[in-house]
Design a protein around this ligand. Structure first.
Ligand code: ADP
Length: 498
C-alpha cells in the first residue's frame, strides 16, 4: 500500500530527519508536539502539526491513543516512531495496526521478542550465533548465581533482561561484591523498567561494541549494511560512533554480517534493525541484543553505503521488496559521528540546558549536521539534552577524523555548555586515532582537566585587564556566571539510546 501521509511520533532531530526523506518521496508529513515544543523545528517543517499534550513525555509523546486519534482525524496512513518514546513498544505497534494504520517498523512480535534480552537469546539459540557465556534464564537464587559466576569466572556482569541504555547493568569484580551489586542491579531494573529480572554474563575484557545494520522486507529478504563501531562510551552509553570499524577484517565483517542476518531471521524481522555484538581483544564476537528500530547513529551507515535507511523503511512498510542485494553493497569511505549534548564535560557531564545564545553549524564538504535547533531556541528540560549529531565523511578514517576536528572548531554554540570539547579530545587522542581502544576509553583517558588548553599569554593578559575592568565598573554578567555554576536544571532522567 502506498503511503501518502505520514505522522512522525517523535520530536527533535529524528522527527526532522524522517520528515525530510518523506518529503523527498512526495509523502505529506504530520508532526505531533508537546506544549514545550510549540516552536520546535519539526513542528514548523511538517505540513501539519498537532499538539498532543503537556511537556512531560508521558502526557504527550508517549500517548499512543492520542497519536492514533490524530491519524484518524487527519487521514494519516502510516506512523514512523523514530527512536525512543514508542518505537520499541509492541503494544503501540499492535494498536497502530489494529487501527488500520501502517507502523513503520517491524512486527509487534519481533519487537516483543527482541525487547527482552533473555527472550532474544532464546530466539536465536537455534542459529549457531556466538553468545557470551552466562545464564540462559533470569536468576534470583543468589547462592546458585554465585556458583554459576564462579564457574564462568569473575569479572561477571549482572544485567537486567528488560534493560536498555546501559541501565540495570553491574560489573562484579569478585564474589565478595556479588550481593551488593545484585541488589543494585535489581533495584535499578525495577525502577527503570518495572521488571526486576536479571541474568549473568561473563564480563568480556577489553570489549568493543560493534553493531550490524540490517534491513529486511516482508518477503523474507534480509541484508546487512556492514558495521558501526560504538566503543567510545560513557557509562555504557555511546558518545562517538563510526563506520566501518577500524579493526574488523573482511572475514570477520562477513561472519558478523551473516550472524546478524540470522538473528533477524530468527525473529521474522522486517524493517531496519540493529544487531549488537561485543567483540573481545582476539576479535571473537558475541551477540548482545537487537534493537528493533532506527538507531541514533544510523547516519554513519548511510554515508558509507549511500543508502537512505528511512527511505528503505518506508518502502518496506509499504510492502515492497528490497531492491538492494547484498552483493550490490560496498563500503565506500569512512564516517564518524559525535553526539553533541547540552552537558558540561568539565563538570561530570551535568546537563546544562538553557538558551542557545549563539548557534552556528559547521558546513562544507563531508559535514552533515542532524539537529532540531536554531539560534535563540531554548533546550527544553523535559527531554534528552542532545543538541545535534555531527557527522563527517572522508575517503578514509584519518580524513573523516580531520574533518570532524575542523567541523568541531567551526561549530559555535554559546549559552549552554556542550560536549564538543570532549568530542575534540576523543578525535585528537592517540588511542582513538590508532583504532586501538575499547569501551574503557573514556574511563581510562578522560579527566576534566584534559579539556584545559594551554592559554595564550596574550589571552591571559587580556582576561586580566577585562576582569579588572568589570570589577571596577559593573557586576559580573549574571547569565555568564549562571552557566558556569548553576546546578543541573534538567529533569531528564530517562535512558539514552543507541
Ligand atoms: P543496553 O541495552 O543497556 O544498551 P547492551 O547489552 O547493549 O545494554 O550493552 C551496553 C554496553 O555495555 C555495551 O556496548 C558494552 O559496552 C557493555 N557490555 C554489555 N555486555 C557486556 C559484557 N558481557 N562484557 C563487557 N561489556 C559489556
Amino acid at each position: 500500500m502506498k503511503i501518502n501521509k505520514l505522522l512522525v511520533a517523535n520530536r527533535g532531530e529524528i522527527a526532522l530527519r524522517v520528515m525530510r526523506t518523506a518529503r523527498e518521496m512526495g509523502i505529506k508529513t504530520v508532526a505531533i508536539y508537546s506544549e514545550a515544543d510549540r516552536n520546535a523545528l519539526h513542528v514548523r517543517y511538517a505540513d501539519e502539526a498537532v499538539c498532543v499534550g503537556p511537556a512531560p513525555s508521558a502526557q504527550s509523546y508517549l500517548r499512543g491513543d492520542a497519536i492514533i486519534e490524530v491519524c484518524r482525524k487527519l487521514g494519516v496512513d502510516a506512523i514512523h516512531p523514530g527512536y525512543g518514546f514508542l518505537s520499541e513498544n509492541a503494544n503501540f505497534a499492535r494498536q497502530v495496526q489494529e487501527a488500520g494504520l501502517i507502523f513503520i517498523g517491524p512486527s509487534p512480535e519481533s519487537i516483543e521478542v527482541m525487547g527482552s534480552k533473555l527472550a532474544a537469546k532464546a530466539a536465536v539459540s537455534g542459529y549457531n550465533i556466538p553468545m557470551v557465556p552466562g545464564t540462559p534464564d533470569a536468576i534470583d537464587d543468589r547462592e546458585e548465581a554465585k556458583v554459576i559466576s564462579a564457574k564462568i569466572g569473575y569479572p561477571i556482569l549482572i544485567k537486567a533482561s528488560a534493560g536498555g541504555g546501559g541501565k540495570g547493568m553491574r560489573v562484579v569484580e569478585k564474589e565478595a561484591d556479588f550481593d551488593e551489586q545484585m541488589d543494585r542491579a535489581v533495584s535499578e531494573a525495577i525502577s527503570s523498567f518495572g521488571d526486576g529480572s536479571v541474568f549473568i554474563e561473563k564480563y568480556v575484557t577489553s570489549p568493543r561494541h560493534v553493531e550490524i545494520q540490517v534491513l529486511g522486507d516482508q518477503h523474507g529478504n534480509i541484508i546487512h549494511l556492514f558495521e558501526r563501531e560504538c566503543s567510545v562510551q560513557r557509562r555504557h552509553q555511546k558518545v562517538v560512533e563510526e563506520a566501518p570499524s577500524a579493526i574488523l577484517t573482511p572475514e570477520i565483517r562477513e561472519a558478523m554480517g551473516q550472524a546478524a542476518v540470522d538473528v533477524a531471521r530468527a525473529c521474522g524481522y522486517y524493517g531496519a534493525g540493529t544487531v549488537e555484538f561485543i567483540v573481545d581483544a582476539n576479535l571473537n564476537f558475541y551477540f548482545l541484543e537487537m534493537n528493533t528500530r532506527l538507531q541514533v547513529e544510523h547516519p554513519v551507515s548511510e554515508l558509507i553505503t549511500g543508502v537512505d535507511l528511512v527511505e528503505q523503511m518506508i518502502y518496506i512498510a509499504e510492502g515492497k521488496e528490497l531492491t538492494i542485494k547484498q552483493e550490490d553493497l560496498k563500503i565506500k569511505g569512512h564516517a564518524v559521528e559525535v553526539r553533541v549534548y547540552a552537558e558540561d564535560p568539565a563538570n561530570n557531564f551535568l546537563p546544562d540546558v538553557g538558551t542557545l545564545e549563539t548557534y552556528v553549524r559547521p558546513q562544507g564538504n563531508g559535514v552533515r549536521v542532524d539537529d532540531g535547533f536554531e539560534q535563540g531556541m531554548a533546550i527544553p528540560i523535559y527531554y534528552d539534552p542532545m543538541i545535534a549529531k555531527l557527522i563527517t565523511y572522508g575517503n578514509d578514517r584519518a580524513a573523516a577524523i580531520q574533518k570532524m576536528i575542523r567541523a568541531i572548531d567551526e561549530y559555535q554554540i554559546t549559552g549552554v555548555q556542550t560536549t564538543l570539547p570532549f568530542c575534540k579530545f576523543v578525535m585528537e587522542h592517540d588511542a582513538f586515532r590508532s583504532g586501538q581502544f575499547d569501551t574503557g576509553f573514556v574511563a581510562n583517558y578522560f579527566t576534566p582537566d584534559v579539556l584545559k588548553t594551554e592559554a595564550d599569554p596574550q589571552e591571559i593578559e587580556l582576561a586580566a585587564v577585562l576582569a579588572a575592568y568589570l570589577l571596577n565598573t559593573q557586576k559580573p554578567n549574571a547569565a555568564t556566571v549562571q552557566s558556569v555554576t548553576a546546578p543541573s536544571k534538567s529533569r531528564w532522567r530517562e535512558r539514552r539510546l543507541g
